[in-house]
Design a protein around this ligand. Structure first.
Ligand code: FAD
Length: 966
């Protein structure tokens, strides 16, 4: 603060000195004269005279002596002076606080000092944090009264402060946000967008902290004990020391508060935004009407560091990469959701070499593919991944544990312990009439298309269901439903959320529901779909018939059970998004018979531990809990890390060997999927030999891979045509049909396919036919490559095989020459393999479809002549498979169709590859990716299944013309 001439001069001790009082006037005149010299050159001579005169007065001489002494003391003991000013300043402020109210000038000056962000302002923050509540109230009344012009958010703040009033974080207004994917809740830092400085925002945060009651029993951190002795109610699952964090912030020590939080939780910028605080830390806050915004504080700390210094979150100091140090055995983490990421981070930090194996091509789990960017920007997940990498953690994407490798294979590869954080990504459906129709999809599929595959952006390949101007209904009341509804709203849909209970029972975060309603999303409660109806020609849904519900007695969840009243109502629906929660994905469980799971398919753990029924295999998050929350997943990942990081049974040299082996394996998983060979088989049909060593090692006949051609491409399933485990290669045959296959077929040797995951699906079930029956394969066009490895397996088993291979015309035929695959098989198994070719135009072999020769065989069999048919395997265009299925049904011959359906994730997570089948007279959903790709053709409801291939025809045509494919 600059000293004004009209303000009283300070004495050396800050107060009035009675001994010098009568000389004070001389000193003041002397002081003024000196300032005049500095400031006013006009009267310089006159003033100098005054100074000379005054210099000889006793007062000025004494004053000078005192100044000299003070200077000496300041040089020798600066601490003393600092303390002196603090004491004086503080007592002056304390004096002000003793008055009835703080005056305007004082309030402005005090706020001005706080804004300075220097040592003094920190001291003042500490002072204000420490004063009793009644003085804090006085301060809040003062800023409310005197500073509200610049800070409208202070207006009225003192009403009910601290328990019932606070400064909320900045939320973008609904009309601004409802059409874009930018962050909605911008937190306190959002106020910077309104023109407030960083320091001002810091003070808003501090004002929030100032409301803290400094409770002794720490409910926000520890929760409240339950009567039944179970897990505490509320509290922080990752045990952030919330009271200490608040205390540090209260004293203006924001950096230290951030350090503290980081020790407990490496992803505060994520969990702070998506955690259901209202049932955790804030749910048990003693300010029960308006809890302290703990979640906002949690993410404010890392985000504000980021604002100040983009690299602040990545400063780790001295550190040796655990892989090079190699003094601890490697750990495999399966899944890169919050459970896996926190586990990988903490173990890497502890010095363990860690590899995270992730099924998708991107990292983050639901945080990335489920939660939209308007709630959680992807760069925050990237930050967490970067931190894990910085600690030495490695990532292998497109790796599906249970398919690419078993847990045992990971252990054999050198990983000492495994943490399974695979989530619960299997969407639930209602299995009601009409649910198979086009335009009805799971929220997982819808959100994955948008969040992961960027389907809403024009330069990305993945198709998106039409939403603009459409009536979209979202079924469900959880976070997933809110995210799906708000995403559809942003894509131009007119959205209604349909929920079977009332608003009070909705499991969604309160904030999400509130925001959804603000964004003009309608809510229809006590309604539940009983049927969907649609257009018979297009097979798209047009209406939903809803049961009108009422609430009955509470069910197991404690919420009142919804009961149908018998009344129904019909609403229009162009797009239906099913957000009914997720069940457990069976892939890991099915691959590991020793892994104990609950009746819901969740992986079980030992009591008081995260360890599963398999030694050295741990789990947590949704994989164990079923659909839960990000913070609980993170808490489990943290608990498992603690359990994993114990003394190892290995010697130093054994550890070094394990590390080297795990590193080699990780390298193989990370190897770019390079095209090594490209063979043009026929017009528009290309065979690629691609380097994919781990897939080649595990591939089995009948399996497929999920291919992402380029970073903006779409995920498409391609059945394996062949593989060579020794060379580490797989063979893919691709026909140019849609824009993705056309683009892929333009790739050349040396280029890298962005991602290949697999092998996926169940291998073919091979049966040994002892009585000479033949296994008939009907292959239509590029159905031949997937048929090839399956029939080769049958031949190797000693089964007789009849291949009926159909093409449109001779020019499209391939692999038929003696030095090509089928020719060579014929040479190898002359007794066991019969090959029949058909062409639609009669240009080669039998004129007609594959069904011709098949029918003849079946008739012969019926007549008792010819070889009996053991089973028929049909692969090719869906219409052909249906024709084969219809043909064989009356003969009672087992028939298997391998379905190359529309898929997104191909691991069961999206439900897109739904195949309606009839079992015991009931329609049941099967999924080609996890129940197939081979399914009993006779139970497939082809009438319902075939139209699904038309779902994205319009979008596909648009994509083709965008790429100039006509
Ligand atoms: P996930 O996040 O599901 O991650 C599992 C990962 O494992 C995935 O990346 C998956 O691809 C991978 N994986 C699966 N199988 C394999 C395999 N065999 N091999 C290799 N990798 C595999 N919670 C909140 O707290 N707040 C919210 O606001 C919230 N909103 C949500 C919104 C949506 C749309 C959804 C779907 C969930 C939401 N949740 C929310 C729940 C929360 O996201 C989950 O509880 C949390 O992500 C679970 O973390 P996880 O690590 O256990 O699993």
């Amino acid at each position: 603060m600059s000293q004004h001439l009209d303000e009283p001069l300070p004495t050396a001790a800050g107060g009035a000195n009675p001994d010098c009082a009568y000389h004070q006037e001389d000193v003041e005149r002397y002081y003024r004269a000196n300032l005049e010299i500095e400031n006013n050159r006009h009267h310089i001579e006159e003033t100098r005279e005054q100074i000379t005169e005054l210099e000889h007065t006793e007062a000025v001489e004494l004053f000078k002596k005192q100044v000299g002494l003070l200077q000496k003391r300041l040089a020798n003991d600066p601490q003393f002076f600092q303390q002196m000013f603090i004491t004086e300043g503080t007592s002056a402020i304390a004096w002000e606080f003793q008055q009835d109210e703080l005056g305007e000038a004082f309030t402005r000056t005090l706020w001005g000092l706080l804004l300075k962000n220097d040592d003094m302002s920190t001291l003042l923050l500490r002072f204000l944090w420490g004063i009793p509540l009644k003085f804090k109230r006085k301060f809040i009344r003062a800023i409310d009264k005197h500073l509200a012009t610049r800070y409208p958010m202070f207006k009225g703040l003192s009403d009910g402060w601290p328990g019932k009033n606070n400064i909320p974080p900045y939320i973008r207004p609904p009309h601004e946000r409802a059409d874009d994917f930018d962050l909605v809740n911008q937190g306190y830092l959002g106020y910077m967008g309104l023109g407030y400085s960083f320091r001002e925002v810091e003070l808003f945060v501090w004002l929030e902290v100032l409301r803290d009651k400094q409770c002794d029993d720490r409910p926000c951190e520890l929760g409240l004990p339950k009567m039944d002795g179970g897990e505490n109610e509320g509290g922080c699952p990752v045990k952030i020391h919330i009271p200490e964090m608040i205390h540090l912030m209260g004293e203006g020590k924001f950096k230290q508060a951030f350090q503290l939080i980081k020790e407990a939780n490496p992803l505060p910028n994520v969990t702070g935004r998506v955690c259901p605080q209202e049932i955790q830390c804030q749910g048990v806050c003693t300010h029960n009407e308006r809890p302290i915004e703990i979640g906002q504080l949690e993410w404010y700390l890392p985000q504000s560091e980021k604002v100040l210094n983009a690299n602040a979150n990545f400063e780790i100091g001295e550190f040796t990469n655990p892989w090079s140090k190699a003094d601890k055995p490697p750990i495999a983490v399966v899944g890169s959701g919050p459970a896996g990421l926190i586990n990988a981070y903490l173990l890497s930090k502890e010095g363990y070499p860690v590899t995270v194996f992730e099924a998708f091509h991107e990292l983050g789990g639901v945080l990335r593919y489920g939660i939209p960017e308007f709630r959680l920007p992807n760069d925050l997940i990237d930050d967490v991944v970067k931190k894990v990498r910085q600690m030495g953690g490695k990532f292998v994407t497109n790796f599906i544990v249970g398919k690419t490798a078993t847990l045992d294979a990971l252990k054999r590869a050198g990983f000492w312990k495994v943490f399974i954080g695979t989530g619960a990504g299997l969407p639930r459906f209602m299995n009601i009439p009409g649910e198979h129709m086009n335009g009805i999809l799971s929220a997982n599929e819808f959100l994955t298309r948008v969040n992961l595959m960027n389907a809403h952006k024009t330069d990305y390949e993945t198709p998106l269901p039409e939403t603009r101007g459409k009536q979209v209904i979202v079924i469900g009341g959880g976070n997933t439903a809110m995210d799906a509804a708000r995403t559809a709203r942003r894509l131009g849909g007119k959205v209604t959320i349909v929920y079977r209970r009332t608003r009070e029972e909705m499991p969604a975060r309160v904030e999400e529901l509130h925001h959804a309603l603000e964004e003009d999303i309608a809510l229809s409660v006590l309604r539940s779909p009983r049927e969907f109806t649609g257009n018979e020609k297009t097979h798209f849904v047009t209406h939903a018939v809803l049961d009108v519900m009422e609430l009955g007695e509470p069910d197991a969840s404690g919420r009142r059970r919804p009961l149908a009243t018998g009344k129904t109502e019909e609403i229009r629906a162009d797009l239906v998004i099913m957000a009914l929660g997720n069940a457990s994905n069976p892939i890991v469980k099915d691959a590991e018979p020793g892994l104990k799971t609950s009746k819901w398919g969740t992986i079980e753990i030992r009591s008081g531990s995260q360890e599963t029924s398999i030694a050295d295999v741990y789990t947590g998050g949704d994989a164990n809990r079923g659909g839960s929350t990000a913070i609980k997943a993170a808490g489990d990942g943290q608990a498992a890390a603690r359990e994993i990081a114990v003394n190892t049974p290995y010697s130093a040299s054994e550890i070094r060997e394990l590390v080297a082996s795990a590193e080699r394996y990780t390298g193989q998983g990370q190897a770019p999927k390079k095209i090594l060979e490209k063979i043009e088989l026929a017009e528009g049909i290309v065979e690629f030999v691609v380097y994919a060593p781990l897939i080649a090692k595990s591939a089995r006949a009948g399996q497929f891979v999920r291919v992402l051609g380029w970073d903006k491409g779409e995920l498409i399933p391609l059945t394996l045509a062949d593989w060579d485990a020794g060379q580490g290669t797989i063979d893919l045959v691709i026909q140019s049909l849609g824009s993705s296959s056309m683009m892929l077929n333009q790739m050349e040797v040396g280029e890298v396919i962005h991602g290949i995951a697999g092998p996926l699906g169940l291998p073919s079930q091979l049966h040994r036919y002892e009585n000479g029956e033949t296994v008939v394969f009907t292959a239509g066009g590029v159905g031949l490559p997937p048929v090839y490895p399956i029939m080769r397996e049958h031949l190797r088993m000693g089964n007789h095989v009849t291949l009926i291979s159909g093409f449109r015309t001779r020019d499209l035929m391939f692999w038929a020459e003696p030095d090509e695959r089928i020719g060579m098989l014929q040479a190898e198994y002359p007794e066991l393999l019969d090959v029949i070719y058909t062409t639609n135009d009669g240009s080669f072999g039998i004129n007609g479809f594959v069904t011709g020769p098949l029918e003849e065989m079946l008739e012969n069999m019926k007549a008792g002549s010819g070889r009996p048919v053991g089973e028929v395997v049909t692969i090719g265009p869906p219409m052909m498979m249906r024709a084969v299925s219809d043909l064989t049904r009356p003969y009672g011959v087992k028939t298997v169709a391998s379905l190359n359906s529309i898929m997104v994730d191909a691991t069961g997570m999206c439900g897109a590859c739904m195949v309606p089948v009839t079992l015991d007279g009931k329609m049941v959903r099967k999924h080609a990716c996890i129940d197939g790709p081979e399914l009993d053709a006779h139970i497939i409801d082809w009438d319902k299944f075939l139209p699904r291939f038309l779902q994205f025809r319009k979008q596909e045509d648009e994509n083709k013309s965008r790429h100039g494919f006509g």
